[in-house]
Design a protein around this ligand. Structure first.
Ligand code: TRP
Length: 453
């Protein structure tokens, strides 16, 4: 069985793969639109605070859990607390990965399709593109197959090498788009929107969104980092690697903001227009650029690759579960999970106009099945998972033992462990709990929607 489990070649390889998981649609598609719908600058400030105070201590917890046990989320908890109810938290993590994969690959499929759309049908409206089932469903399927092929072939070689080449290219292209956007007339209004915090706009739901986005962007709360950490050698320095992943991810998210808001305001568009933001606004910016058609093609190729390294990590979590716990072969696990993700994702793929009843659902301002999935799994479930996992590591496994495991491979001081333990035991769970509490009226509506009350 151990033969089926790989190991990262180097800590650079691990940082690249983990950053590849973290950097994806969450940074380039989700961060700008969530910032836009939550009022701009103040949201960004709260987001950064969440990354620093909540996510960073929590990243170490997931990584150390994985490395100490060399197991998937379920197996990790089972190893440390055999037979306990906490194993269910691992189960929730695996389930959440599967559900996020199901709709994430739909959006990734759009990004992939935009490579060709930019060339063949640049004038076609985004809404018409996603509403067409003969466009959206095959793209979704293709993207899942690509993910399957990468995960089957083992991650390290393909993904590590590709990330190393393509992430820098993505960065350069982003910088080019940023420069173009900033030099448009009226761009500074966008910079102000993005950077000038107006704290009067902060409500509980803004904080919820910021925390959810922070977890989502760093691939936290559902065991991706447990799983990736489980392929780390005992000699790796978790603190440094984890901090790098968080740093790169945050950088790319901020750059995405600079890419979109200046151009958005210059073109007089509404920043709060929601999830279609990058698909509708960026092509307009490209149109205004010299060689814009080519840039668009490149941009969507790179966006697809960023998304692919993320879907790979989403698929890897349930796959590692079946490989470790059910002793399935890797390829059987990969294909089975891939097919299930396709079936679960179909309603999402059809919810952008193809099937009216899926397209006009509404919950907490989310207006279709796909966006409700994103809210429930990509926001709520991650927060719940992260709260329970930080309690598990901080209180059940215990800071002392977790700290000892964290110190292997790095010269982590006692003081660091104490401070880390404080954040993990108190700050993370308490803050997440408060944030979840504030959602309660919405919880009621969720039950109504699900027909449970
Ligand atoms: N973080 C990725 C992004 O920003 C998405 C992602 C990959 C993810 N794996 C995850 C989100 C695990 C939550 C949990 O696009």
């Amino acid at each position: 069985m151990q033969r089926q489990r790989g190991q990262w070649k180097s800590s650079v390889g691990f940082v690249l793969a983990a950053a590849g998981s973290a950097i994806g649609l969450g940074n380039i598609w989700r961060f700008p639109y969530v910032t836009g719908t939550n009022g701009g600058g103040a949201f960004v400030v709260i987001y950064l605070i969440c990354i620093l105070l909540i996510c960073l201590p929590y990243v170490f917890a997931e990584l150390v859990l994985g490395r100490r046990t060399s197991r998937n989320p379920v197996g990790a908890i089972r190893t440390l607390r055999p037979g306990s109810r906490w194993i269910a938290v691992g189960g929730l993590a695996v389930l959440t990965a599967l559900f996020i994969l199901s709709y994430y690959a739909v959006i990734a499929g759009w990004a992939f399709g935009y490579i060709f759309k930019s060339l063949l049908a640049p004038a076609m409206p985004h809404g018409a593109f996603t509403a067409s089932p003969i466009v959206a469903v095959p793209l979704f399927a293709i993207f899942l197959v690509l993910t399957v092929l990468v995960v089957i072939g083992g991650i390290e070689h393909g993904i590590e090498r590709w990330s190393k080449i393509l992430m820098p290219v993505l960065l350069v292209l982003m910088l080019a788009v940023i420069v173009r956007g900033l030099t448009l007339d009226g761009a500074m209004k966008g910079v102000a929107f993005f950077l000038k915090p107006d704290f009067s706009k902060v409500t509980a739901s803004v904080v919820v969104a910021a925390l959810g986005q922070a977890f989502y962007s760093l691939s936290l709360g559902m065991g991706a980092m447990i799983t990736y950490g489980s392929y780390l050698p005992k000699s790796a320095n978790l603190r440094i690697s984890g901090a790098y992943v968080a740093l790169f991810d945050t950088m790319i998210a901020l750059l995405a903001g600079f890419m979109i808001f200046p151009a958005l305001f210059a073109l007089g568009k509404d920043p709060a227009s929601g999830p279609t933001l990058i698909f509708e606004v960026l092509p307009e910016i490209f149109k205004a650029m010299p060689l814009g058609g080519l840039v668009a093609v490149f941009f969507f190729i790179l966006l697809s690759i960023a998304a692919l390294t993320s879907t790979v990590s989403l698929l890897e979590v349930p796959v590692s579960y079946f490989v470790d716990e059910r002793r399935w072969t890797r390829s059987r696990s990969v294909w089975t999970v891939g097919v299930i993700a396709f079936l679960i994702g179909l309603p999402s793929a059809l919810s952008q106009g193809a099937v009216p009843s899926l397209s006009s659902m509404s919950l907490q301002g989310n207006t279709s099945f796909l966006y409700i999935m994103d809210f429930v799994w990509g926001n709520l479930s991650l927060a719940i998972g992260a709260m329970l996992l930080s309690i598990f590591v901080g209180w059940i496994w215990g800071v002392q033992r977790a700290g000892d495991a964290l110190q292997r491979g790095s010269s982590t001081s006692e003081r660091f462990v104490r401070v880390w333990g404080f954040f993990l035991r108190w700050v993370c769970p308490a803050f997440i709990f408060l944030v979840l509490l504030s959602l309660f009226p919405a919880g009621g509506r969720l039950l109504t929607l699900l027909g449970l009350s």
